[in-house]
Write a protein of this length. Structure first.
Length: 276
């Protein structure tokens, strides 16, 4: 853990050296295919800094299409400090340890970020939630974490409690009338769900599913960062029967629907951000 913490500090020190004259207090993490739309919220009236993840010491590199691997820094609202926008994230299914998946969150906590907005593309389990809907996460079930695959296993990261409480993780005060609220089911991926899994998840109260977001939210809570909101764009509807399969879900479909709804998603995120 000592070596891990040293790497976190080195990454944060690099960012501090790049932004020593800027006040940056928030972070937005972009889900699959959403980076361009969310990045477009940054005002062009001021310079926008762009840093490839590869230039940040020890920063994990995403290998997934739709994750550009760029860190942006700019201003969304003239009356607020600057914010970071992560265009892409690391996933456990890419072969990275959980500690590496949450590494960026710990770097930004060490940098001094106070709040984070987490976004993702997700699948719909609830039959009343459809492709193109934008959903606020109200709670989660982290299936890999329940079996011990989570960022808290092993030596405790020294910036947080050994036994962190998660009861108030998603107690967001953000309300936006165009968004439903949902329970997010975190799955490791990268495979999509079988019809039997979809039916089981529905019985357990899961509304939407995805392969990200929850480890980052847990690490943020552990490190003292306020998780302002988890915002999900539904990009596919999960199939619950072998007799009603029109096509297999695919990442290509996810990226296509992220592009189609990107502008509307960014507008919703802007309304949420301005309400902070």
């Amino acid at each position: 853990m000592e070596e891990y913490v040293k790497k976190v500090e080195e990454s944060a020190a690099y960012l501090r050296s790049r932004f020593k004259n800027d006040k940056v207090d928030s972070l937005i993490v972009c889900g699959s295919g959403l980076g361009s739309s969310v990045g477009g919220l940054l005002s062009e009236k001021e310079p926008i800094d762009t840093i490839p993840y590869a230039e940040i010491p020890h920063f994990p590199q995403s290998t997934v299409p739709g994750h550009a691997g760029l860190l942006l820094c700019g201003r969304i609202s003239i009356d607020k400090p600057k914010c970071f926008v992560m265009q892409g994230r690391a996933h456990y299914y890419e072969g990275m340890p959980m500690q590496q998946v949450v590494f960026p969150i710990r770097v930004f906590a060490y940098f001094g970020i106070k709040r984070v907005i987490l976004t993702n593309a997700c699948g719909s389990i609830n039959q009343e939630i459809h492709t193109g809907n934008i959903v606020i996460i109200k709670d989660h079930i982290a299936f890999p974490c329940l079996s011990g695959l989570n960022p808290f296993v092993g030596e405790n990261y020294p910036k947080g409690d050994r036994f962190p409480g998660m009861t108030r993780l998603w107690t967001t005060t953000v309300e936006y009338t165009n968004c439903k609220q949902a329970v997010y089911g975190y799955l490791s991926g990268p495979q999509f769900e079988t019809p039997a899994e979809v039916r089981a998840l529905r019985m357990l109260g899961v509304d939407i599913v995805g392969m990200s977001t929850v480890p980052e939210a847990m690490a943020a809570k552990h490190a003292g960062i306020d998780v302002v909101v988890g915002l999900s764009l539904v990009t596919n509807e999960c199939v619950d029967s072998h007799t009603h399969i029109s096509h297999e879900p695919s990442h290509k479909e996810v990226l296509l629907n992220s592009t189609i709804a990107g502008t509307r998603f960014a507008e919703t995120l802007l309304a949420v951000y301005n309400g902070i």
